[in-house]
Design a protein around this ligand. Sequence first.
Ligand SMILES: C[S@@+](CC[C@H](N)C(=O)[O-])C[C@H]1O[C@@H](n2cnc3c(N)ncnc32)[C@H](O)[C@@H]1O
Length: 402
Amino acid sequence: MIFKKGELFCGPGGLSLGAKLAVVEKDGEVYKVEHAWASDYDRDSCETFRYNICPDRPETVICEDVRKLDITKLEEIDAFAFGFPCNDYSIVGESKGLEGEYGPLYSYGIKVLKYHQPKWFIAENVGGLESANEGQAFIKILKEMEEAGYNITPHLYKFEEYGVPQARRRIIIVGIRKDLGLRFEVPQAPFKDDPSKWVTSRQALEEPPIPEDAFNHEFTKHHPKVIEMLEHIPPGENAWYEGIPPHLRLNVKGAKLSNIYRRLHPDLPAYTVTGSGGGGTHMYHYREPRALTNRERARLQTFPDWYKFFGGKESVRKQIGMAVPPHGAKIIIEAILKTFAGIRYDTEPAKWEDELNQMLSTGTKKSKKTSRSKQKIKKDTKEENAVREDQISFDFSLTNSQ
Ligand SMILES: C[S@@+](CC[C@H](N)C(=O)[O-])C[C@H]1O[C@@H](n2cnc3c(N)ncnc32)[C@H](O)[C@@H]1O
């Protein structure tokens, strides 16, 4: 069974690569996903997507603002993906939710669901979605998905537990059309209870070593004082490490967020790869006093080395940081294919399983749990998010503060 897939907000193709790699077989029948069309308004992302996902059909990637896209002209599909923009749902920053510029864009995904009625869909966003607009945005989005005709399974995935060499928490919602009589279950995280099996940043960056001439592997030219400061920061520590001599310390106006000049720990998964943020947020190597290259960030996001990103260094950084790790996407999409094929697989309870019906019917959540999980997500998201450039300044003057 082949599922033709359409995608909005396709970015560089993290979800799509996962979909392309997911294949299952039952009684001689192969279940897989095939690209039909994709759209994004960012030129570099579209170029990256075309080159890697559908080089034979470049015209099927439509580079356009979703607000101008005529969805009635898009080819019929069986599967649909949309990692709608998270800018207004991140907890760091203003978190305007549905009142922001990006918040309402999810509704274009709902329009596709209503018009094209694919057999299944997969949607993705940050953990902060749960608490945006006092929790109302999340419930509204879930309700609209359900009302479009889908049995939905939202879950907060911790990708490090699925073998991604990075702590990355994302809400992923899978929906299967109600008339098909199937319900998706969350595939069990294979390394949930055994952090010793988590893939480390050293394994990701060194096994195998990255060839010097790999794509997107340009090194940053640092100011000598940044190098000197990094040399005083041990692996796993950040710019607030007490061993940094006073003349190399930073002056910070806002909160001292932990990811500033934070060096990776070689024996742990990396902290979250992000796509934006100013000085000190480019992720720093555990052994060498320098920022990671885009290829190294791509490795932490589980993109293979042949995956070529187009655009300038910052554009590529953004594309990589916003993508769904293909390895994680593959596991989830394979579980969808197994659901259709009737193949059993190990599952775990979905995060909102107990309260989903209540959320959908009353538009509210159990208040106690809401505030506890809200705090937890807030903490997780704070740890992982990028910081705003205006929160940081330096004791020394830098022309290039990366
Ligand atoms: C979170 S990223 C999607 C990443 C993708 N799912 C992946 O795995 O690679 C969100 C994407 O939405 C796109 N986007 C934001 N606003 C848009 C708009 N108004 N129209 C079209 N695309 C938009 C951004 O360019 C970005 O690539």
